[in-house]
Design a binder for this molecule. Sequence first.
Ligand SMILES: NC(=O)C1=CN([C@@H]2O[C@H](COP(=O)(O)OP(=O)(O)OC[C@H]3O[C@@H](n4cnc5c(N)ncnc54)[C@H](OP(=O)(O)O)[C@@H]3O)[C@@H](O)[C@H]2O)C=CC1
Ligand SMILES: O=CC(=O)O
Length: 329
Amino acid sequence: MTTRKQVLVFRDLPPDQLARLQAVHEVTVADPRKPAQRAAFDAALAGAHGLIGASFPITAELLAHAPQLQAISSISVGVDNYDLQVLQARGIVLCHTPGVLDETVADTVFALILATCRRVVELSQMVREGRWSGNIGEELFGHDVHGKTLGLLGFGRIGQAVARRAALGFGMPVLYHARRAVDLAVQAPTLLGRAEHVPFGNLLARADIVVALLPLSDSTRGLVDARAFSAMKPGAIFVNAGRGATVVEDHLLAALDHGTLRAAGLDVFATEPLPLASPLRTHPRVTPLPHIGSATHGTRHAMARLAVTNLLQALAGETPPAVYRTIGA
Ligand SMILES: NC(=O)C1=CN([C@@H]2O[C@H](COP(=O)(O)OP(=O)(O)OC[C@H]3O[C@@H](n4cnc5c(N)ncnc54)[C@H](OP(=O)(O)O)[C@@H]3O)[C@@H](O)[C@H]2O)C=CC1
Ligand SMILES: O=CC(=O)O
């Protein structure tokens, strides 16, 4: 029988997944983002062997108050909320949820592509507000998605799921930029002959629709800046569903207002929730979403299930199914 350890759950889990943890370990549920639960979070952190949650920065300072910590299980694929250097130095295992959300996030990306190109939200709002008084004129027409060239910044699990929709469903030529080319014959045979690995500038110059699906790291922070926007085709559409801080938001606004960017669809922002004062919230040519890439009942449950399995196995000294690759590497 394994020794019961202390587990701190810092974001709500579905009841069946919480029960899996409680069957094996002593569990405290405390969300540090809720002021009323912050003291309970801090108290539990001091004795925690395992953490499970998401959407809260686990900083070096916070880790210094968790001397017993052995494993963190993030209910997300992105790991930018965790101080990777401290985790590596202390040998704390970090797990995440790759794979189970790819198709759902790709659906969300396509919703943003279609909404921005076809002005879905703006025109729906017109109907709701009783401003539909006749056939719409050319000034409200949209732009086709099918057949247009898609440029993907990031061509990992989710980028490839978006590429499949684009190439196979919408007849779109796909360009992608990543540091390494993907061997399509082995990793993505359905995209063989349909996706081209190109340098960053080449993609920006050729794509009608640019989609960023990049993790946030030192190499991607602020990558999409004024230079990048000015290199895009006149009338380009920009979608970001990776992380907000990979884009310089002031430069994005300038490209919309003073450049030639047609519209932007954004699921992620440098600061979340998006501050009320942010001009991105109300800009007429921005379609903002509240970071819902993976937010379906089925996918959020699959993420929670994988995250719980990761933590149970890590605390049992086994190799979890989804350890973030750089830890211990
Ligand atoms: N909006 C939402 O709700 C969600 C957002 N996400 C975000 O999407 C990101 C991607 O997820 P996923 O597809 O699973 O991740 P992967 O690790 O599978 O893919 C990441 C891709 O980015 C590329 N990349 C990384 N660094 C650079 C760089 N400096 N320059 C160019 N390309 C780079 C990688 O290629 P290479 O290493 O060869 O450069 C790879 O193609 C997550 O990290 C997360 O931030 C994820 C889920 C939901
Ligand atoms: O943004 C979501 C994630 O899973 O990462």
